[in-house]
Design a protein around this ligand. Structure first.
Ligand code: NDP
Ligand code: HSE
Length: 438
């Protein structure tokens, strides 16, 4: 049988990893796919040939990505250039040319996936995107296929490797934020614009995709609440630890009576939970289904070969099914396209969670009582409270507490009232707490 011909866009971290893995494991991959897989045409502007074993086997490498998607020889286009444009145009052109597409581009799928999948369905081609969520973990296949029997209740995950690497290094080695971020960039973990990692935008892209797969709703990135990790201090990490919690940057989506929660933010999780012990660049996704109960998926969330593992698995999947009737393929977003639901996204003010609060309180009699009074007036019950010793020369002491669950809108009102007290200095630090106990 003729080899399948691949057109590759991008020879950076993931593109390079994909060439290496496809070359090194060519025989095993062909045994699985049923055909040899050859990259015959690639586009890259600037790449390090000496660092990509197998790149010399690619017959044609140019800098024109459109020449690849227009190449009549190509069966499958792998898009690994990233970003919105020209990636969107290239993918749509590849689809219009009748080619299947594999991409690791979560930004593209989260924002333009509805349009891309509609075009692919019309053309009868596949768009596979396993590498777009949680790097090497086959989480898309697990949610879309392995859990297809379930009514999925919630998904919560550490889905940005760079952010988890930063939080782990800060906690375990006391390193500063910008040094660790620079290392993550050098290791190829970070996005082209690393604010996507630290401000939660990358995790929000991935959560948008997971929510669609879990609940059968359209991709709605614009409705995902996003908060980053750049305001977390070493004190918060330490105080959380004293209460028995770890701070993780979580993406959480949950089906409630009001609709679907869709939120990314730093979160305190009890340290005894497995997911609280996922460190470094590793990712983990906890999926709760009504039949299966909790399931946890763990693995490298970023990096050349872990991500290439997911890209190549998608290529094998496409090769196996490219001759089947399009109507019998697994739907892009797990549910049949005409069966997507219009469940509303719950406004953040209506989301209920527990909270960690830290504030600088003047060391005067009655301050703690006034803060407790405001919380009580807003119907917020305190689970634990600690007053720390003041730093030398400062007249304020850190006051740290955990609350029971409350509606976010009520907590916002309480924080506003606390910040207006003349005995409280500056802003109140607020982090959400999730027990993840199903
Ligand atoms: P890189 O920046 O390392 O690689 C992108 C490559 O594409 C670069 O070599 C770049 O060349 C090239 N490129 C960009 N635009 C064009 C163009 N118009 N024509 C031809 N070549 C172009 O990115 P990554 O490999 O890290 O990421 C690729 C994709 O994979 C992104 O969507 C990313 O979000 C996703 N991803 C990345 C992971 C990781 O661990 N790095 C993990 C999971 C997903 P030049 O440098 O000259 O601009
Ligand atoms: N920048 C992303 C991360 C790459 O750090 O998780 C993997 O999607």
């Amino acid at each position: 049988m003729q080899p399948v011909k691949i057109g590759l866009l991008g020879l950076g971290t993931v593109g390079g990893g994909t060439v290496s893995v496809l070359t090194r494991n060519a025989a095993e991959i062909a045994r699985r796919a049923g055909r040899a897989i050859h990259i015959t045409h690639a586009a890259a502007r600037d790449y390090k040939a000496d660092r990509i074993p197998g790149v010399e086997l690619i017959k044609r490498i140019g800098d024109d990505a459109f020449a690849v998607v227009d190449d009549p020889e190509i069966d499958i286009v792998i898009e690994l250039i990233g970003g919105y444009d020209p990636a969107r145009e290239l993918v749509l052109k590849a689809i219009a040319n009748g080619k299947h597409v594999v991409t690791a581009n979560k930004a593209l799928i989260a924002l333009h996936g509805n349009e891309i999948f509609a075009a692919a369905q019309k053309q009868g081609v596949m768009v596979a995107f396993e590498a777009a969520v949680a790097g090497g973990i086959p989480i898309i296949k697990a949610v879309r296929e392995g859990l297809a029997a379930n009514n999925i209740e919630s998904v919560a995950g550490i889905i940005n490797g760079t952010g988890n690497f930063i939080l782990t290094e800060m906690r375990d080695h006391g390193r500063n934020f910008s040094d660790v971020l620079a290392e993550a960039q050098a290791l190829g973990y970070a996005e082209a614009d690393p604010t996507f990692d630290v401000e939660g935008i990358d995790a929000a892209h991935k959560l948008t995709i997971l929510a669609s797969l879990a609940f059968g709703i359209p991709l709605q990135f614009d409705k995902t609440y996003t908060e980053g990790i750049s305001t977390i201090t070493a004190e918060d990490v330490a105080y959380a630890g004293e209460f028995g919690y770890r701070i993780k940057h979580l993406g959480i989506t949950r089906k409630t009576e009001q609709g679907i929660e869709l939120r990314v933010h730093p979160t305190l999780i009890p340290e005894r939970r497995l997911i609280a012990n996922v460190d470094g660049v590793m990712n983990a996704v906890l999926v709760q289904g009504d039949a299966v109960g909790p399931t946890l998926y763990y693995g490298a969330g970023a990096g050349a070969e872990p991500t290439a593992s997911a890209v190549v698995a998608d290529v094998v999947d496409v090769v196996r099914t490219m001759t089947t009737d399009p109507g019998n393929r697994v739907p892009h977003l797990a549910f049949q396209p005409d069966e997507l639901s219009d469940l509303p996204i719950v406004p953040m003010d209506d989301v209920e969670t527990a909270y960690y609060l830290r504030m600088q309180a003047r060391d005067k009699t009655g301050v703690m009582a006034r803060v407790a009074g405001i919380l009580a007036a807003n119907d917020i019950s305190i689970e634990a409270i600690q007053q720390k010793t003041s730093e030398e020369g400062l007249d304020a002491v850190p006051l740290v507490m955990l609350t029971h669950k409350v509606r976010e809108g009520q907590m916002n009102q309480a924080i506003e009232d606390i910040e207006s007290l003349d005995t409280i200095n500056g802003r109140v630090m607020r982090l959400r707490v999730e027990h993840l106990d199903g």
